[in-house]
Design a protein around this ligand. Structure first.
Ligand code: NAD
Length: 443
């Protein structure tokens, strides 16, 4: 099938690549000329496991095309995916300007029926807005053409995006037209063979499903962080508590890790956007606000520990930082806890020596101008001459380091561990001062 994807970011590029991989003919359109040029040269703008060979192969085999020409994109596919960003605007609501711009573009150039499929995360009611915007644009052109608008939210996880799109746990389709259901079934058939993963619903429910999923996951994290804060004060170890409650099959072990706060391009903005949606209709979303508050405080946990240990003034101190991305297996630093930590350290006059397996280019792009950030080539180099080690991301390569190397390289054997990677008792025996999250039994 011929498919067009507007927006070649984490979602658009991965979705386009997997659709091409199963045989669809996919045209990717982006406004970012450099990105499109690079992709044509085989340079992939993001780090995502398995993505580079997939994109290269499908590009070379002629099933994946890149262009900045929107008209070419509109002409290409019956199915027109919108996968552009929906960042927060000033009050935290989802900013729909990119979505609206694509909708207008499609209406401006279409000459036949199109199915507009919204993959971006958008507030309930956006499909109606897209419909209205398109109808107006068609009206201006004086043409009468039919189109459908479908909500098909994306659930991929950064760091496992290719695998998630190749084997989705569910494919949510919100539509009010049965003919469109058939088209989408055909499109997704290759991903739906093992069992039926497609869940059909009305458009508004589909739009809300995406927010509900992300808010539920954020709630689990903030809940565990609240328990961690209690554990710290009560002399309990939240890691024991985590295992204790995870054993209850109604709770389960997944997504209940305490830490230095959630980040990324989705949870913070989606929790905020649903709060704003609720407020706009006069509902007070008490739980969601608490989820957000707990997370904001949690990002201050490591700076607080550092202050407790070293005092307020950090002039002349250097901190080794392991992990810049908001989670492992991605180079994405949007809303990452590391950024809050670095800002707090810099405010107090400290220097940061950072290492991340994949986010070094991104850090260079964001902070390259700063003299108080040194980007180091290895995790060992980041330790040299530092006063302490701080961990913000649970990359595999940080999980079993050589502790003698760490101790020898640091001026003081102290570790601030925002992801509870190590056993506090074992580290204490090796002569470290160790700060973990919610590990009251050992503090
Ligand atoms: P992104 O910022 O990585 O990519 C968006 C792309 O859209 C950029 O390349 C940008 O240049 C392009 N763009 C902007 N305006 C355009 C236009 N008019 N025409 C063509 N291209 C245009 O964003 P992302 O992380 O891929 O997220 C996209 C959407 O998917 C968001 O709504 C997000 O909430 C949602 N989502 C993201 C994830 C994730 O893990 N990143 C997961 C699920 C859903």
């Amino acid at each position: 099938m011929k498919v067009t994807v507007f927006g070649i970011g984490y979602v658009g590029l991965v979705q386009a690549a997997v659709l091409a991989e199963v045989g669809h003919d996919v045209m990717c359109i982006d406004v970012d000329e450099a990105k499109v040029e690079n992709l044509k040269q085989g340079l992939i703008p993001i780090y995502e496991p398995g993505l580079t060979p997939l994109v290269k192969k499908n590009f070379e085999e002629g099933r994946l095309h890149f262009s900045t020409n929107p008209e070419e994109g509109v002409n290409h596919g019956v199915m027109q995916f919108i996968a552009v960003g929906t960042p927060p605007d000033e009050d935290g609501s989802a900013d729909l300007k990119y979505v609206v711009a694509v909708a207008q573009t499609i209406a401006r150039y279409m000459t036949s029926h199109k199915v507009v499929i919204d993959k971006s995360t958008v507030p309930v009611g956006t499909a109606d807005r897209v419909r209205k915007v398109m109808a107006e644009a068609l009206n201006e052109r004086g043409v009468d053409l039919n189109f459908d608008v479908v909500s098909n939210p994306e659930f991929l996880k950064e760091g496992a995006a290719v695998a998630d799109c190749m084997r989705p746990e569910r494919i949510i389709v919100g539509t009010d037209n049965d003919d469109v259901v058939d088209l989408l079934r055909e499109l997704y058939e290759p991903f739906n063979r093992n069992h039926d993963r497609m869940i059909m619903m009305d458009i508004r429910s589909a739009e809300l499903t995406k927010y509900a999923a992300n808010c539920m996951l954020a709630t689990k994290i903030s809940f565990m962080n609240e328990i961690a804060n209690l554990a710290e004060r009560l002399g309990a170890d939240v890691e024991k508590v985590r295992q204790g409650i995870g054993s209850d099959s109604r709770i389960g072990y997944s997504f209940i890790y305490p830490g230095c706060g959630y980040g990324g391009s989705c949870f913070p903005k989606d929790v905020q956007a649903l709060i704003r949606t609720a407020e706009h209709i006069g509902y007070v979303p008490r739980l969601l606000k608490a989820v957000e508050d707990v997370n904001d405080d949690q990002k201050m946990k490591l700076p607080e520990f550092i202050q407790r240990h070293f005092g307020d003034d950090l002039k002349g101190k250097t901190f080794a930082l392991w992990g810049l991305s908001f989670k492992p297996n991605t180079d994405d630093m949007r809303e990452a806890s590391s950024r809050v930590l670095m800002d707090e350290l810099w405010k107090r006059g400290a220097i940061v020596q950072a290492y991340d397996p994949e986010a070094m280019d991104e850090a260079q792009r964001i902070y390259g101008h700063r003299a108080d950030l040194r980007l180091m080539g290895t995790k060992e180099a980041a330790l040299q001459g530092a006063d302490a080690l701080v961990i913000c991301t649970e990359w595999q390569s940080f999980k079993a380091p050589d502790f003698d190397t760490i101790k020898n390289a640091l001026n003081e054997a102290v570790i601030f561990d925002g992801r509870n990677l190590y056993d506090p008792e074992r580290l204490r025996k090796r002569g470290f001062t160790y700060y973990g999250i919610g590990r009251g039994a050992s503090l």
